[in-house]
Design a protein around this ligand. Sequence first.
Ligand SMILES: Nc1nc2c(ncn2[C@@H]2O[C@H](COP(=O)(O)OP(=O)(O)OP(=O)(O)O)[C@@H](O)[C@H]2O)c(=O)[nH]1
Length: 374
Amino acid sequence: MNLNKIPATVVTGFLGSGKTTLLAAMLRQVTGKRIAVIVNEFGEQDIDSSLLRGCALSCEEGNEEGRDEAGGAPVEIENGIYELANGCICCTVEEEFLPVMKQLMARRDTIDHILIETSGLALPKPLVQAFNWPEVRQHCTVDAIITVVDGPAVAAGRYAHDVERVEAQRRADESLDHDPSLRELLDDQLSVADLVLVSKTDLLDPAERARVEALVAQRVPASVKTLFIDKGLAEDRAQLEALMGIGAASEEGIDRIDNHHDRHHAEGAHHDHAHDHFDSCVIRLGEVDGEALAARLQQLLQHHEIYRAKGFAAIPGKPMRRVIQAVGERLDGYFDRLWGQDEPRATQLVFIGKGLDGAALHAALADVEIATSA
Ligand SMILES: Nc1nc2c(ncn2[C@@H]2O[C@H](COP(=O)(O)OP(=O)(O)OP(=O)(O)O)[C@@H](O)[C@H]2O)c(=O)[nH]1
């Protein structure tokens, strides 16, 4: 029935769960398919698409800016990668996602598969429902919704702890009545899953693995498979290829799935999402002392409610760009590529969390910047 439609895989999962790592592994290792990628970020900076650019297979040149000349619909930024950085995809389906899909439909003969990474705070259902709109449905189907679950975070009870904390805040502050917990977000992302991937298994011992497996099993039907992955399954090409071609046609049953998004609408409540209560800010600096930056970030992660931090750092004397990644209190860094000849050697970091004070974060990081003699 779907033979002539382009299959699209929707990858969802909480902030830092491992979605980009999975996409990068798929783009690097799945051969013989022309894959278009749509990346949706919560923060205003296109970190993920910048990381994925080196992995995309198509060789078409695109517009680096990621916006058309009028600043309207997003356009291809490079190598078949489209960036939707204007907020969570669940709230921008019509303004952001549909124009990109129209562009992809116009060149449908050059695309075998579409990979879509939602932001870590997005509710995936409105996106999947958009595949039932006539202009999309005619040409495209959802091959599968893959929900990536952060194994160590779930094993550590991060979602449960957050529920307790939010409940305590609710009792103290009635205005937080509609603040959905991280567990609701996890439940929403799992409620639509055709396949669950538990990530970061290298960091899980057998008891933790069993705990995560039990938690997932309580939330998905027995027919939904759970796989454990390590660094996006990077070592196992066959398994990665099997992720494309599941043929679930997920859009067909999506209206029957009840989740938090629907409950809010059914109750006639304000359009209220988990991400309404998260903040993001971008800190921009020049070249920085790499070690001092890591030490300062580690302190910030401990003392602020930062769920995710990521970006790039310019280190004096180093010809390569340093990628900075933080999930919860775990901080990681590595050099990924040479700075471009015309690219400014600058540091930019995106923080996502609750109650973030951008000025305070900037002040805390300002003295790791290396003063340049003007
Ligand atoms: N140890 C370990 N780290 C992993 C694994 N998969 C991902 N990571 C790390 O987890 C961090 C977040 O990974 P991403 O792939 O960027 O996560 P994401 O879900 O795309 O993040 P957002 O788009 O910000 O929501 C990075 O530092 C990754 O290197 C894994 O299997 N093992």
